[in-house]
Design a protein around this ligand. Structure first.
Ligand code: COA
Length: 248
């Protein structure tokens, strides 16, 4: 599987979404491999932190829209739902390095990362409504907590994108970095040198207050999302994307 690259250095695992010709749009195979890598990393004493990044000009264009149309994920055992559960429950520090587009799950997965570094050209978007869908990954709970109800409503209900500076003001990211991957790896290595059990327990404490509530929201979102995927509104939006692509 080459659509996900995995490299370990100084006890830091770096996972790279590697489908640059498609803006790293995520397929079931990619979620499956991410799940496999993260599950192994969770149990591997030699891995102390994980960095996730994208190859080429984008972090990720989100879930592959053709897959949404042809093989819509349904149920909690689908690779995408399993991936969301995996990052929600991942016990070790998860650090994202973002550049270019981070669409859909490309933005919502950041809400499960412990630290996020983003390039000045980063463009975040959660256009679920525009696609006839609903927020996922617990974002309908986590995002308003982060930015307040008014801002969250504006972003979700219009589907508009936002840049690195706005993401920083929202506290979605830690900092804007010219070289976010270098920064992410440097901080991951710094964390990797800390006593590992203290790191794991501290992360668990930081996450504990909302963990169950987020699980419950993710389940409801998942059910609504599965239904929405099969709606006329979604079919129309997906066709619009694919037709635009054909026209160039
Ligand atoms: N699913 C399927 N293919 C995707 C994709 C996705 N989510 N995101 C990008 N791609 C493909 C494009 O179709 C295009 O393929 P092609 O070269 O075979 O035509 C290629 O990746 C490059 O994308 P392109 O749209 O030409 O690049 P861009 O720089 O103009 O725009 C995006 C980048 C990410 C803004 C744009 O591709 C986009 O809006 N993608 C869809 C995002 C989305 O709605 N995701 C689902 C969220 S739930």
């Amino acid at each position: 599987m080459t659509d996900i690259l995995a490299e370990v250095s100084d006890q830091v695992l770096t996972l790279t979404l590697n489908r640059p010709a498609k803006k790293n749009a995520l397929t079931p195979g990619m979620y499956f491999e991410l799940n496999r890598q993260l599950s192994e990393a969770a149990g591997d004493f030699g891995i102390r932190a994980v960095v996730i990044t994208g190859a080429g000009s984008a972090f990720t264009g989100g879930n592959d829209i053709s897959d949404f149309m042809n093989t819509p994920p349904t149920g909690s055992d689908s690779p995408v739902m399993q991936f969301l559960a995996t990052i929600h429950n991942f016990p070790k520090p998860l650090i994202a390095a973002v550049h270019g587009n981070a669409v859909g799950i490309g933005t919502t997965m950041l809400m499960h990362c412990d630290l996020v570094f983003a390039a000045p050209d980063s463009k975040f978007a959660m256009p679920f409504v525009s696609l006839g869908l609903v927020p996922e990954a617990g974002s309908s709970f986590i995002f308003p907590k982060l930015v307040g109800h008014a801002k969250a409503s504006e972003i979700f209900l219009t589907g508009r994108n936002f840049g690195a500076q706005e993401a920083l003001e929202m506290k979605l990211i830690n900092s804007i970095e010219a070289l976010p991957l270098d920064k992410a790896i440097a901080v991951a290595k710094e964390i990797a040198e800390q006593p590992p059990e203290a790191v794991i327990n501290t992360k668990a404490l930081l996450k504990s207050a909302d963990h169950q509530a987020i699980s419950a929201v993710m389940q409801v979102e998942g059910e609504l999302f599965s239904m929405a995927l099969q709606s006329d509104e979604a079919a129309t939006a997906f066709m619009r994307f694919l037709e635009k692509k054909q026209k160039g």
